[in-house]
Design a protein around this ligand. Structure first.
Ligand code: 6GU
Length: 234
């Protein structure tokens, strides 16, 4: 599942440059017995199988190279993964991600091995692997040297707590839809204000929760007031 993800694009280039080193481990390498069993039936009965703690503890103990490396269990029961968490993990020399599978993971993994339990959204995946790829990608963007221009990370959606402003390229008119005139004005201060206003308007319309989440500058507050008046809202 991971080979295509790691063999293309920005992550592959980062690995080739030596700024990123993503390793994938198979829990079955830490099992005993010829069946290399990683799961068993749930105590108390019920549907499905549960990942046993033994192979997971052994695997983490074997791959841990930094005593302070955060150990993260990926599960739909976790705290929501966000940009702040991505930034925090990007400065760690090692992060260990455990992918849950089947009906679940023995509770002792979350309680006594993992430092954090993290979910990528309110939906259930068949396993933690796609979630691990999401987390790896989001964290990698904050690792110095991974994204070409540090400025492109600094201005992305959520970097400043707002959704990103719209972007346009050629052609100037596409199927009758024209690019906003301001972008051809050559007035970079005006373009900057327009972009900020667009970002604020989009965030207020689609993600009002983000607007309340952090303090806004006086300039942002007056832009928001304008936007709200135009939308005839209180
Ligand atoms: Cl981290 N794992 C699984 N299995 N499902 C999820 C998830 C994680 N985050 C959201 N849904």
């Amino acid at each position: 599942m991971f080979s295509g993800f790691l063999a293309a694009g920005i992550l592959e280039k980062a690995a080739a440059k030596g700024v990123l080193d993503i390793r994938v481990h198979d829990l079955r390498d830490w099992t005993d017995g010829k069946h290399r069993q990683v799961d068993d039936r749930p105590f108390g009965g019920g549907e499905g199988m549960v990942l046993m703690p033994g192979p997971i503890f052994k695997a983490v103990e074997a791959v841990r190279a930094e005593t302070e490396a955060p150990v993260v269990l990926l599960s739909p029961q976790g705290r929501m993964f966000d940009t702040e968490t991505a930034r925090a993990w990007a400065v760690c020399r090692q992060v260990i991600l455990i992918c849950g599978r089947y009906e679940g993971v023995d509770e002792r993994v979350g309680r006594h091995l993992a430092d954090a339990e993290v979910s990528i959204g309110d939906y259930v995946l068949t396993g933690g692997e796609p979630a691990a790829m999401v987390v790896v990608d989001a964290v990698a963007r904050f690792v110095p040297g991974v994204v070409g221009k540090a400025a492109s990370v600094a201005h992305d959606s959520f970097a400043e707590g707002l959704l990103d402003c719209p972007h346009y390229t050629r052609p100037r008119v596409f199927r009758g839809h024209a690019v906003p005139e301001v972008l051809f004005s050559g007035d970079h201060a005006r373009i900057g204000r327009w972009r900020r206003r667009q970002a604020l308007a989009k965030t207020a319309a689609l993600r009002p929760d983000l607007i309340g989440a952090r303090p806004l500058s006086a300039a942002d507050r007056s832009l928001l007031d304008e936007i709200r008046k135009e939308r005839k809202e209180p």
